[in-house]
Design a protein around this ligand. Structure first.
Ligand SMILES: Nc1ncnc2c1ncn2[C@@H]1O[C@H](COP(=O)(O)OP(=O)(O)OP(=O)(O)O)[C@@H](O)[C@H]1O
Length: 596
C-alpha cells in the first residue's frame, strides 16, 4: 500500500492539537483519512498492524507498528476517544478507527434503520390486502411471484428495501405498492414523495412511474392520489448552499407518510444517515436499487450491506402468505427484524433469457469471468461485442465514436430541435473507469474533440461549438442545474446556447458563460453514468491494472445498455476486473445484523 500525501497533511494538521501524540498515532490518522477518501468508513487496525507501506514520495518502506503496541499508543492519545466521546477520532472495541463524523453517521444510520425495522407493523387487514395485491399483480406470470411478495413486504413493514437488476420490475412494483396503500378504504390519502440521488435518476423514475400508472387496474380516485413527480434527494431534504446540513432533519422532519427512493445504491453513508434522520418514525421508507451496482463514490456501501439476505422470519412468512398467497421457505427463529424488510427481484423483463447483455450481466455478477469472455467472443449474440485492445489502439475508439455519434451530429448539422438533439445524444455513450489519464473520460474526450476540430473545421480557440455536449459537475440552485445534468450547445439567433431537458421534459437554454462547472461528455465515467441508460454503450477500459477495475464497475457499465454493450479492453484486464470484488471497511454491516 502507498501512503497518500493528503492523508499526511491531514494527520499533521490534527497532530498540532496534541503535541504529545507520537508517530504511530499520526500514522493511524493518516491511514484513516486515506481510507475515507477511498470510500471506506473506517480502518481496522488489525489489517494494517505490522505490515509495510510505501512512503508518500515512494522512496521509503515504512513498517507499521504491531497491534498491541499501536493500540496502547493510540489509546493514550487525546486525539482518539472511545465510542460517543469527544475527540477527532474514535476507536471501537473491535480495533476499528474512525473519523468521529463517520462514526456518528454509521451509528445514527444503523440505529435509525434497525428501529424502523423493529417498529410494529402498521395495522393492515391481510384479507383486504390479499384481494388488492391479487388484482394489482394479476398480470404477473413469475413463479413464485416475487414482485407481489415485495409489495406485501413493503405494505406490511415501515421499512422496505427492494433490490433487483435492470428491468426486474422495481418501478412497476412500487407503483402497485403505492396504489395498494392509497386504496385502503376509509383512510385519508397518504402524503407520498418520490426521490432519487441525481436529477437524471429522478427524471427516469418520474417517467417510468407515469408510464406504469397508465397500466394500473385501479379506479381514477386512486390514480389521482398517486404521485407524478420525483425530485432529487438534495432538493427533497432542502439543501442549503455551501452547507452540509439540510433544512429537513430530526427537528424539522419531512411532512410525509411514504418516501420512495430510487437508485439507492448510489447513496453514501452520510446522506442516508441524514435522510433517515429527516423522515418521521411513522413514515414508510421504501428503497429501490440494485445491490450489485457500484456503491457511492463517497464512504459507505449502505445498500449492499442492507441486502444481506437470510430469509424471512417464520412468523413473517405466514403473514406474507396471508397477504400475497406466495409461499416461500422461511429463515430460522432468530432471523433479525431487518431481514423481514428486504425483497429481492430476480427476473428481468427487459433482458429476456436470449439477451446477450442479460446473460453477460449475470455471468459478471457470478464472477464467471472466463465464461463471460467466451460469451463475448462466440459471436452468437449481436447485442454484445468485445474489441480486444492493442497498445496505441486509440484511433479505433475515436472511429467507433464517430459512428456512435453520427446520427447526433447529422441532427446538429440539420439544425434539429433541442429535444431531438438531446434524445439522439442520449442514445450512445462511451464509459470509462477513470476520469483522468489517456484512457480516462478526459483523455478520450480530448482525442475525440481534436479529431472533431479538424474534421468539422471548428475554431480551436473556442471551447464552444454547435453540438458540444457537456455534463454539469457542480450544483447551481439558482439556475436549477445539478451535478450530472447533460446539455448540448446549439446555434440560435441569439448566439450559442446550451440546452438541457429537466425532469418534467421542459427544455431550457443557457448562455455558456452562465453554466456552473462543466466538462465535455462524449465519454464519461461509469460512476457518473449510474442512474442513466443508453441504447448503446462502449466500455473502454485502461490497459494497466487499477484497483477501481472491479466487478461492480463492469456490471454497472454493461447494464447501462438498453440494446447493445461493447467492451474495449485486453483479455487480462477484463478477466481480472470481473474477478475483483471490492471490500469497503466499515462497522455498518455488523451494527445492522449482529447487534445484540
Ligand atoms: N411482471 C411483469 N410482466 C411483464 N412485464 C413486466 C413485469 N414487470 C415489469 N415489466 C416490464 O418490464 C419493464 C421494466 O420494468 P420496470 O421499469 O418496473 O423495472 P425496473 O426494475 O424499475 O428497471 P430499471 O431499474 O431499469 O429502471 C417495463 O416495461 C415493465 O412494464
Amino acid at each position: 500500500m502507498k501512503l497518500s500525501p493528503l492523508g499526511k497533511q491531514f494527520a499533521a494538521y490534527l497532530g498540532r492539537l496534541d503535541d504529545t501524540a507520537d508517530d504511530a498515532v499520526i500514522r493511524a490518522m493518516q491511514l484513516v483519512y486515506q481510507a475515507v477518501t477511498e470510500g471506506h468508513v473506517c480502518i481496522c487496525l488489525n489489517d494494517y498492524a505490522g505490515s509495510d507501506a510505501v512512503s508518500e514520495n515512494g522512496d521509503e518502506i515504512i513498517t507499521l507498528p504491531d497491534l498491541a503496541d499501536w493500540l496502547s499508543r493510540i489509546r493514550k492519545s487525546r486525539l482518539v476517544g472511545a465510542p460517543g466521546g469527544f475527540a477527532p477520532l474514535i476507536l471501537e472495541a473491535n480495533n476499528r478507527l474512525y473519523l468521529t463524523r463517520y462514526w456518528h453517521y454509521e451509528k445514527t444510520l444503523a440505529d435509525n434503520l434497525r428501529s424502523r425495522a423493529e417498529s410494529p407493523s402498521p395495522e393492515i387487514d391481510l384479507a383486504e390486502l390479499r384481494a388488492e395485491l391479487d388484482r394489482l399483480f394479476a398480470h404477473n406470470t413469475e413463479v413464485p411471484d416475487r414482485q407481489k411478495l415485495a409489495a406485501a413486504v413493503a405494505t406490511l413493514r415501515r421499512f422496505c428495501v427492494i433490490s433487483g437488476g435492470p428491468g426486474t420490475g422495481k418501478t412497476s412494483t412500487v407503483v402497485r405498492i403505492l396504489a395498494a396503500l392509497q386504496s385502503r378504504p376509509g383512510e385519508k390519502p397518504l402524503r407520498i414523495a418520490l426521490s432519487a440521488p441525481t436529477g437524471k435518476a429522478a427524471a427516469r423514475l418520474q417517467e417510468s412511474i407515469r408510464e406504469q400508472k397508465a397500466k394500473l387496474p385501479v379506479p381514477q380516485a386512486v390514480l389521482d392520489v398517486l404521485p407524478e413527480t420525483a425530485s432529487t434527494l438534495h432538493r427533497l431534504l432542502g439543501a442549503k448552499p455551501d452547507s452540509v446540513y439540510f433544512r429537513h432533519n430530526r427537528k424539522n422532519p419531512l411532512p410525509l407518510d411514504v418516501l420512495v427512493v430510487d437508485e439507492a445504491s448510489m447513496i453514501d453513508l452520510a446522506l442516508m444517515a441524514k435522510l433517515t434522520d429527516a423522515l418521521p418514525k411513522s413514515a414508510r421508507l421504501i428503497l429501490l436499487g440494485d445491490k450489485d451496482q457500484l456503491a457511492a463514490v463517497e464512504p459507505g456501501a449502505v445498500f449492499g450491506d442492507l441486502c444481506e439476505v437470510s430469509g424471512y422470519s417464520p412468523a413473517f412468512c405466514e403473514q406474507l402468505y396471508a397477504a400475497s398467497g406466495v409461499n416461500i421457505p422461511s429463515g430460522d427463529l432468530f432471523t433479525p427484524a431487518l431481514s423481514d424488510c428486504i425483497a429481492i427481484l430476480t427476473q428481468s423483463h427487459r433482458f429476456g433469457s436470449a439477451s446477450g447483455v442479460g446473460q453477460l450481466a449475470r455471468m459478471i455478477n457470478a464472477g464467471r469471468a472466463k465464461e463471460a469472455i467466451a460469451l463475448l467472443v462466440d459471436g452468437r449474440h449481436s447485442d454484445i461485442h468485445w474489441e480486444p485492445t492493442r497498445p496505441g489502439g486509440g484511433a479505433d475508439l475515436v472511429r467507433r465514436m464517430e459512428i456512435g455519434y453520427q446520427a447526433f451530429f447529422t441532427a446538429v448539422d440539420l439544425g434539429a430541435e433541442a429535444r431531438e438533439i438531446l434524445r439522439l445524444f442520449g442514445r450512445f455513450r462511451v464509459l470509462t473507469a477513470h476520469r483522468e489519464g489517456d484512457s480516462g473520460a478526459a483523455g478520450i474526450n480530448f482525442r475525440f474533440e481534436e479529431q472533431l476540430y479538424t474534421r468539422r473545421r471548428l475554431r480551436r480557440e473556442s471551447r464552444w461549438y454547435p453540438g458540444r455536449p457537456v455534463i454539469v459537475t457542480n450544483n447551481d440552485y439558482d439556475l436549477r442545474l445539478f451535478n450530472g445534468d447533460i446539455g448540448v450547445a446549439m446555434a440560435t439567433a441569439g448566439g450559442l446556447r446550451v440546452f438541457f431537458q429537466d425532469a418534467d421534459g421542459h427544455i431550457r437554454g443557457f448562455s455558456p458563460a452562465r453554466l456552473p462547472e462543466h466538462e465535455t461528455v462524449y465519454a464519461m465515467t461509469v460512476h457518473k453514468s449510474q442512474g442513466s441508460e443508453f441504447d448503446e454503450i462502449v466500455l473502454a477500459l485502461p490497459d494497466v491494472e487499477s484497483p477501481v477495475l472491479d466487478r461492480p464497475l463492469i456490471y454497472t457499465a454493461i447494464t447501462r445498455a438498453r440494446h447493445r454493450a461493447e467492451i474495449h479492453s485486453s483479455r487480462k484486464i477484463l478477466e481480472d476486473a470481473i474477478k475483483r470484488v471490492p471490500e469497503r471497511s466499515s462497522g455498518f454491516r455488523e451494527r445492522l445484523w449482529n447487534h445484540a
